[in-house]
Design a protein around this ligand. Structure first.
Ligand code: FAD
Length: 736
């Protein structure tokens, strides 16, 4: 089916569907008590009534005609069903609609019965089911005999839709046929899954399927993921409210940092799954050939992430959530049973490993929109002509002349006025070409801050030089006694006539010995009631008398320095922004820094490409090793999550907002992923991966250096503990 994307439902239409479904479900399945919910779940009549209501809204035909609703809408309805823990047989209709999209004419009678609720479908994926124990059967002359295991919805479904075989495709069996016997399999799933014994049960085969069989499994996994995500999201919302209300030791438990960090991690998990799932569904609806990869990644990520989120929820709820009367207990069962189906994470990781290792692919490039894709192509061409350069400085100059250091600057400041997506295209292509970070140091942080807080004179003096790649800065924030607690800094700046006199000490300053200027934070009002209210920011030339620099080598192979500032005199005009108003300047600059650090996602992706390449080429046939394949699939899924979290922050910027906790979520996830990637590379590749790149026998890609650098990403620019505080307090509104 050819799809015109402009014809597909819009975000607004999706919101309308969500509101309508939520309203309908609230009416028939209020979130009142679990006792009543369990009772309702045991009444096939109630479940059928809900199905008929969904049919009245036209939702049982979702998937038949993309213009009226595709996979995104199916997942949205499923998520709402999951939020309420309703065992609704909605998926059978959705799957059948997608399967028969192109043969709707031949199957119109069948489809109209399904749409109207006259026929309600359970499903089984037959030999496609990823579970190794899902039953077996044979088909002789249109009748099936054997066993199909782990079937849901048998209490209220009238028929079973199942994958018969590659030759016969999909078939339907009536569940009330005497040749079918149903046995419940009590367990974690709620309501229980069932085993079907077929004894020459008559089968009606579907006329033709629009989908490749392995893709149907992926669709099923996405639906299960959406339902589990609905349950996990509801559980998380309940928990955040509970953490604000429940008091122990005289304070809300949400003030305890251990609790805040657990909730921050759960927020990252749920957001990562939500974004990856949305990306897979959008790619499917848009006919993007990469959708199966995104689908495998979403499921491989979601299976461990949602299960861990559920466990953490229980830890914070304590005993109250452990009771069968509490929703959390039911969410736990829903999430764990759904995310174990279809072979769980292991099967999806294997799909990713096969795509990367056997088929020789890279993870797909994102569609950055018309402007972003064009920018990517132009950058590729420019890099082909300009990289490798003779040295980083001449490369920076050439990049500056081309305007690459001003991609997102407004045109009023001489910038391109391009979007953050175009900036991302540039960063990704530089990473792919192997351009080192130092060649890209551009004063981006200072430029953005000067555009907002600088005087006209400062803007005229500094912005053109930063744009030309001629000026480098170091950040003079940290001091021996002030790391995370930056507001406690002790370096002072005192006005003496027309000059500021600066005294104090800075530490851990990256590349201070190469920088032209220090962007320095100093105390200008020692009497301010709140410490951060008495801080100001200054532009200090590094060649000013009174500055002594003592470099030290950092673990990742570059220097950071201590600076001793003794009566360092700078003109009055060196002050940036308001006197004593430096905190705002610092916070704005830190937000830019975090977004730039989010660009490290591209670096992780490139290093992963090197690891995959090394495994592919390894003489010891690592490619066939099951444990290695599992790790590769796992990392691929996490890299997708990291890219999606980064894209989430960029989308906020595209809409003119400032991603605060969103940038922190991206930074925390990516920096820790970078560490995991480096550690896993050592485990897989062994000694050769610990060698420096110029050592004989080294694995190309400097994976060991990336591991050393990863620690900086976790600590620098505000440690991940500080970021988690911020996510919990700013993102979730937990008390300080
Ligand atoms: C490679 C590298 C480059 C750097 N470059 C620069 C630079 O150019 N300019 C600059 O100014 N600084 C730079 N830094 C310093 C960096 O900003 C600090 O390391 C960082 O802010 C943490 O401070 P700290 O190292 O003193 O750790 P501390 O603040 O002493 O923290 C130690 C531990 O305690 C935890 N902790 C502290 N407070 C809290 C809290 N409230 N809640 C929970 N946990 C807490 C931290 O998370 C950490 O785990 C760099 C650091 C590194 C590693």
């Amino acid at each position: 089916m050819t799809i015109q994307t402009a014809e597909l439902p819009s975000n607004e239409e999706r919101e309308l569907i969500r509101t309508a479904v939520a309203g309908l479900l609230e009416e028939h399945w209020p979130l009142d008590s679990m006792e009543k919910a369990v009772e309702r779940a045991s009444q096939p009549g109630t479940l059928k009534a809900i199905y008929l209501k969904l049919a009245e809204l036209g939702l049982t035909s979702l998937g038949s005609n993309p213009a009226e609703g595709g996979l995104r809408e199916i997942l949205l309805v499923t998520e709402e069903i999951g939020r309420r823990g309703i065992p609704s047989p909605f998926f059978g209709a959705a799957l059948c609609n997608i399967l028969l999209r192109d043969s709707a004419g031949e199957s119109s009678d069948l489809l109209s019965k399904i749409h109207a609720g006259e026929m309600i479908l359970s499903t089984h994926l037959g030999q496609l089911d990823g579970d190794m124990d899902s039953g077996s059967f044979n088909i002789v002359e249109s009748s099936a005999s054997g066993c199909l295991k782990y079937v849901e919805d048998t209490a209220c479904a009238s028929h079973l839709l199942f994958y018969a075989s590659p030759e016969e495709g999909w078939g339907i069996v009536a569940l009330n046929d005497p040749a079918v016997s149903i046995t419940e399999l009590p367990g974690m799933a709620y309501p229980a899954l069932a085993e079907l014994q077929l004894d020459q049960a008559p089968v009606t085969f579907l006329a033709g399927s629009d989908q490749k069989s392995e893709n149907v499994v992926r669709l099923a996994k996405l639906v299960l993921t959406a339902r589990a995500l609905g349950a996990a999201s509801r559980g998380f919302e309940l928990l955040v409210d509970y953490a604000k209300e429940r008091k122990q030791f005289g304070q809300p438990i949400g003030r305890f940092q251990a609790v805040q960090h657990k909730l921050a991690d759960n927020m990252i998990r749920l957001e990562g799954v939500r974004l990856c799932l949305g990306n897979a569904a959008e790619a499917f609806d848009f006919g993007d050939a990469s959708w199966p990869v995104y689908a495998s990644a979403a499921h491989a990520l979601a299976s461990p992430a949602l299960r861990q989120a559920s466990l953490e929820n229980h830890h914070v709820f304590g005993a109250i959530g452990y009771s069968e009367e509490h929703e959390a207990a039911h969410q736990f069962k829903r999430i764990h049973s759904d995310m174990t189906r279809q072979g769980g994470a292991a099967a999806s990781r294997e799909e990713l490993a096969a795509f990367l290792l056997d088929q020789g692919n890279d993870m797909p490039d994102y569609d950055l929109g018309e402007a972003g894709n064009k920018f990517r192509a132009n950058t590729q061409q420019w890099l082909a002509e300009n990289w490798p350069a003779s040295d980083p400085i001449s490369f920076a100059k050439a990049a500056g002349e081309k305007g690459y250091f001003q991609v997102t600057w407004p045109k009023t400041f001489g910038g391109m006025g391009a979007s953050p997506l175009e900036q991302l295209a540039f960063i990704e292509e530089c990473e792919r070409a192997g351009v080192p970070q130092e060649a890209l140091i551009s004063g981006e942080i200072q430029a953005h801050a000067l555009m907002v807080f600088g005087t006209t004179e400062q803007q005229e003096e500094f912005l053109p030089q930063i744009a030309a790649g001629e000026l480098t800065f170091c950040l003079g924030y940290s001091e021996p006694g002030s790391g995370s607690d930056l507001a406690s800094l002790k370096t002072t700046a005192v006005l003496d006539g027309d000059e500021w006199v600066i005294n104090g000490q800075k530490i851990w300053t990256t590349l201070a010995e190469d920088a032209n200027y220090m962007w320095l934070a100093a105390r200008t009002n020692p009497d301010a009631v709140k410490p951060h209210a008495g801080v100001s920011v200054f532009l200090v030339p590094m060649n000013t008398p009174g500055i002594t620099i003592r470099p030290s080598m950092a673990l990742y192979g570059k220097t950071f320095c201590q600076e001793f500032l003794d009566d360092v005199r700078v003109p009055r005009s060196a002050l940036v922004g308001q006197l004593d108003g430096g905190w705002m300047v610092i916070m704005a600059a830190l937000a830019t820094e975090r977004v730039i650090m989010g660009g490290a996602v591209s670096q992780v992706r490139e290093k992963f490409r090197c690891l995959v390449e090394a495994v592919r080429k390894h003489s010891g046939n690592l490619r066939e090793n099951a444990a290695v394949r599992n790790e590769i699939g796992k990392l691929a899924a996490e890299i997708e999550a990291s890219r999606q979290l980064n894209m989430g922050a960029i989308r906020i910027m595209e809409e003119g907002g400032i991603p605060i906790h969103e940038a922190s979520m991206s930074g925390v996830f990516n920096s820790e992923l970078m560490e995991r990637l480096g550690e896993t590379a050592l485990d897989i590749l062994g000694n050769a991966c610990t060698l420096h790149d110029d050592s004989p026998g080294a694995i190309p890609g400097e994976l060991e250096r990336m591991l050393r650098q990863a620690i900086m990403m976790v600590v620098g620019g505000g440690t991940n503990e500080i970021q988690r505080n911020l996510i919990a307090q700013r993102g979730l509104g937990l008390p300080r």
